[in-house]
Structure formats: C-alpha cells, structure tokens
Design a protein around this ligand. Structure first.
Ligand code: LLP
Length: 412
C-alpha cells in the first residue's frame, strides 16, 4: 500500500497535490512519501519475531533524509562503498547497525569502516580477507568479519540482478567457505562474527530464499563442528515489489518462511531490504515537452535514461500515470527522454495516458534504483528530490546546476 492516490482526478502524495510540487520545484523530480516509507519499513521489520536487524540497502535510495528516517525507526544500513558509509554516518545511523557488503572493497574503504566501528564486513574472497587483516593490524584493531557465501541458488529474476548462482561474481562458493573460516581463525586481527549471503533482487517467490537459508544453515552446522560459532546470519535483501501484476510475498509470509528455518540457531538474523521499502514509496515526475507522430507515436518528456535507467537497462516496466487525469483515454506510444540514444525510453510500445504538450506525468514505482542510479550523461544536471510529510513537502536534494556539472573539472 502507498500514499499516492487520485482525488477528483488530481494525483496526490499524502496531503499534497503533485502538481503543486512541480510548480514549486520544476521538473523532473523524484518524490517520496514519508508515510509510505514508514509503513513499508515497519511492515517489514515488524514481521520478524526472532532477534533481527533490518539494515536498509543504501544503494537502492541513498538520500540522507531517507536514511535518517529509517534510523529513527530503528533501522541500520547495508552499505557497499565508502561513500555509502559516509552517507549512513551523516544520516545518524548507529555504526553498530551497519554491515558492509561488496566484492571489491579498497583498503581505504576498509580503514574507514574499521575506524567507524561498524557491525561487520562481509568478506568475499581470500585476498580480501588478507587485505583486511593487514589494514586491521596497521590500525591495531580487530575486524569483525562475516563471509559472504555463494549458495548456488537460482533466484529466478533478471540475469543482471541474480547474484547467488555459481557463475556470478559474488561470494565464496559455499563448499569452499569452511577453508576461509579456518584461515580467518588463524588471523590475529580478524574476529569471526557471521555468515552472509544475498542471492538477487526483485524475487517474487520465497522458495529461493528458503533454499539458500537451508544451505547456509547446514553450513553453520559444519562451522559448529569445526568449533566456530557465529552470532549473525545475514540473508541479504531481494524481496520483490509489484510494478505491474507481480505477486511478491507479503512481509509476513517472507518472515514466517525464514523464521521457520532459524529455529535452534542462536543468531541474530540480519536483513538488507532495499526495493521492498522504497520502490513503491517514490515516483518520478516529468513534463511532456513535445509529442510527435513518426514511424510511431512519441511522447517526449523532460526525464531521460540518465534520470531513470531501469527501463533502458533491464527493459523494466514502470507504469506511467497522469498527474491530472483528464479522461480515461489511452494510446500506444513510446515515452522517451531527451538523450541522444534510441535506448532512452521510460516506456516503450505500451498503452499510456493520452497526453498533450505541457502535461505532467508520474512514472510510478521509481523509488528504488531510481535517483541512486541516475547520472549526468549528456551533461544533464541531476534532478531534485522531494519528501512529502502529511500536508507539507521538503526539498531533500536540490536540483544540480551547470556549475555543479563542472565543479571538479580543471583545464591544465
Ligand atoms: N544486499 C546486497 C548485498 C545487495 O547486493 C542488494 C542489491 C541488496 C541487499 C538489496 O536488494 P533489494 O532488497 O533492493 O532487492 N539496480 C537493480 C537492482 C540491483 C540490486 C543490487 N543489489 C534494479 O534496478 O533492479
């Protein structure tokens, strides 16, 4: 459930007409609902009854205003870079609730994480472990470590966002992981705290999650036999959302299925949800610049693939809705941006609302991997982000300027 709805054919976000925000901040912009974010976070986090920690996946939507909100709701952060660590700390997230995933952490990033005293680093290779040992030794600290294991489970999602198959670059093959733990046990500056895995994103079925948890659970038995006890089991993120007519599991079904496999395991369950919290809590608002009839009908809008990459990158579906509904009429058209590539589209070959020059359109379900994957391609300043709370709205990131575009550049 979200808080974007029509009242007398006018699209609202909570108590605010979306068109009013467009008039105030210009277009395009990302718009998030505090009420929806809060509801989704609470529904997810509250579905678990066993000891657990919900670490929001910062990569899915990185604005510090949102991270701060999740922090106030008791959430932690799943980070994949020094930049994300910086954001999480800036947002006031408790470092003891931060887990650091990622296949290629640099030594500088490791140092930053150790100095910040985060909960754990999810290590993905033997070389990374050695590098971490060296960094920790140089700092005179102990690095809290979990190994990310690759359980070789098919998440049945888009190939680009599958991560738990043997052919994917992620983690250590689960059958080889015991060796990593045995090696870590010998290292002076490494403390083993957990095991982690993440098999993919936009999963609409719980069974791959259960299958990987069962494999991880068996693995923890092997660890126990070797005398290694862990206190954290991190199952990653990946719960899908409804973009069109998908039937993703409800938080309760997901939590119950996982908790059934957790019994007898004396571990805190760590979860790293991103999309399921923010996906349907955000939209991208754009304005129709022109319409034209070429080989087909094109609706040219002021947001492009640099602002929302998902349609171009994954052929992902995002519903397009009018901000002011004038009728029920639809037409088949391509909604395209100003970028000089034919792959620059927000919707292709589908029915969209009949619209005219100047109309505002809402690209729905754009909260996750929307702004966070946006770029300056074609030297387009990145768009504004706005957060609604009740009857008011707040600019949480100003639109970039042309000066911002060249701010770091120098002519030698
Ligand atoms: N944990 C780890 C280690 C991850 O790699 C990811 C996502 C998550 C958690 C959060 O997954 P979520 O709950 O959001 O599914 N750009 C793609 C999605 C890439 C996902 C990358 N990793 C998209 O737009 O669909």
């Amino acid at each position: 459930m979200n808080h974007f709805y029509y009242n007398n054919n006018v699209l609202f976000c909570e108590g605010v007409p979306v068109a009013d925000i467009a008039a105030a901040v210009g277009t395009p912009f990302y718009l998030y609902s505090t009420e929806t974010l809060t509801r989704h976070f609470r529904a997810f986090d509250g579905a678990f009854t066993l000891p657990h920690l919900t670490c929001f996946a910062v990569k899915s939507c990185s604005n510090i205003a949102l991270l701060h909100l999740f922090g106030t709701l008791g959430g932690g952060a799943d980070i994949v870079s020094g930049g994300e660590l910086y954001r999480a700390l800036k947002a006031g997230i408790d470092p003891r609730k931060i887990v650091y995933s990622g296949v290629g952490k640099s030594e500088a990033e490791m140092r930053f994480a150790l100095e910040a005293k985060i909960l754990m680093l999810n290590v993905e290779s033997h070389q990374e472990l050695q590098a971490l040992q060296n960094v920790a030794a140089a700092l005179g600290v102990t690095a809290p470590v979990s190994f990310r294991v690759n359980p070789d489970v098919d998440p049945k999602t888009h190939a680009y966002i599958s991560t738990g198959l043997a052919k994917n670059k992620f983690g250590i093959p689960i059958q080889d992981a015991l060796d990593s733990y045995l090696a870590a046990r010998q290292m002076k500056n490494i403390e083993i705290v957990g095991v982690s895995c993440h098999i993919g994103s936009q999963l609409t079925d719980v069974s791959p999650f259960v299958e990987s948890l069962q494999k991880v659970r068996c693995f923890t038995e092997r660890l126990k036999e070797a005398g290694i006890h862990i206190s954290c089991l991190d199952l990653g993120g990946g719960v899908g959302i409804r973009y069109k007519n998908e039937q993703p599991p409800l938080p309760a079904a997901y939590a119950t299925a996982l908790e059934q496999e957790m019994h007898g395991l004396d571990c805190t369950l760590i979860l790293e949800p991103g999309r399921v919290i923010v996906g349907n809590a955000g939209i991208l608002v754009t304005r129709v610049l022109y319409t034209k009839q070429g080989g087909k009908k094109f609706v040219i809008v002021d947001a492009g693939m640099n602002d929302l990459a998902r349609p171009s990158l994954y052929d992902a579906f995002h519903a397009i809705q009018p901000v002011v509904r004038r009728g029920q009429e639809v037409e088949v058209a391509d909604v395209v941006g100003p970028i000089c590539e034919s792959g620059d589209f927000l919707s292709r070959g589908k029915e969209v609302p009949l619209c005219a020059q100047g109309d505002l359109l809402a690209v729905m379900s754009a909260g996750a991997y929307g702004f966070s994957m946006s770029s300056n391609y074609n030297s387009r300043p990145r768009v504004a982000e706005v957060l609604v709370k009740g009857d008011s709205f707040h600019l949480i990131r100003r639109r970039e300027t042309y000066e911002d575009l060249v701010a770091g550049e120098m002519i030698p």
